[in-house]
Design a binder for this molecule. Structure first.
Ligand code: C2E
Ligand code: CA
Ligand code: CA
Length: 257
């Protein structure tokens, strides 16, 4: 819980984790629902804590947000995944990459930094998608909208992550500058009829806006068939593959050539 002494202590340790080389990225493949090819990877942050072992983002992203460290996390993930991706592209492995970005990071400088870094790394802008996470909620400030528009104009994809968690999700799909919507896993795991209706409505608005739709949390054959029924473009989940450490994702990529 941010604000407690334990959280303050973890935040203090996180401050040092960047330079100590304790942060790392895992990569989860995204599959084309038609061809079942791996088309992109989602970079997910991990913290190899010296005493507590491998920490998942749920343990430290809210803390990073609260103690003003989220921009540094974002910067680390852009560098880490960008450099890996550039090395793969040089070897002829043309794979897309999605990175998670908190609305807090959406200031105009962010778009400039991302676009400039991609140019320096000689990466095609269209290969990168920025997933805007649900928390804290986006508030449609001028900065946020300008940043998203600048990214899209520069060729970078913009995805609404966690569609369906909040009750303003449809509004986000309707109003934000986007190229992709990601249906949250909680919807995949909820078999109520109302969920199908909500997803169909989302699909129809997204299609109208030329955005692609990704289903996450596909764990079983049944989930896979549900994503097919929804007519999602891409799928992601344990049914295909969990998030993988660098060595394992490289092995996977090599099987694709
Ligand atoms: P998310 O962006 O919705 O990412 C999907 C989460 O679901 C990941 O958890 C992933 O490991 C997990 N997952 C993947 N497939 C399945 C499945 O089939 N079933 C289930 N039950 N779960 C699945 P993870 O890696 O623990 O990340 C949690 C959240 O932390 C992410 O949710 C994202 O919001 C945030 N996050 C992760 N990395 C970053 C980062 O670099 N920056 C920021 N701002 N947030 C991050
Ligand atoms: Ca995500
Ligand atoms: Ca999600």
């Amino acid at each position: 819980m941010p604000g407690t002494p334990a959280a303050a202590e973890l935040a203090g340790q996180l401050r040092h984790a960047f330079t100590a080389g304790e942060l790392t990225a895992y990569y989860q493949p995204q599959y084309d629902m038609q061809t079942l090819d791996v088309v992109a990877l989602e970079a997910l942050c991990r913290w190899q804590h010296p005493r507590r072992g491998l920490l998942l983002p749920d343990r430290f992203i809210a803390i990073a947000e609260h103690y003003g460290l989220i921009v540094e996390v974002g910067h680390f993930m852009l560098e880490e995944s960008g450099e890996r991706m550039a090395a793969w592209h040089r070897r002829g492995l043309h794979i897309g990459m999605s990175i998670n970005v908190s609305p807090t990071e959406l200031v105009p400088d962010f778009a400039t930094t991302v676009l400039q870094r991609l140019r320096e790394l000689e990466l095609p802008e269209h290969a990168v998608t920025v997933e805007i996470t649900e928390s804290p909620a986006i508030s449609y400030t001028r900065d946020e909208l300008y940043t998203l528009e600048t990214l899209i104009e520069g060729g970078v994809g913009v995805s609404i992550d966690d569609f369906g968690i909040g009750n303003t999700s449809l509004e986000l799909v309707r109003l934000l500058p986007i190229t992709e919507v990601k249906i949250d896993k909680s919807l995949m795991h909820d078999s109520q009829r109302a969920v199908d209706d909500l997803v169909h409505e989302c699909l129809s608005i997204a299609r109208g806006r030329g955005a692609i739709v990704v289903a996450e949390g596909i764990e079983t054959q049944e989930h896979f068939e549900r994503a097919q029924h929804w007519e999602c473009d891409r799928g992601q989940g344990y049914y295909f593959s969990p998030p993988l450490p660098l060595g394992e994702v490289e092995e996977l990529l090599l099987t694709l050539t």
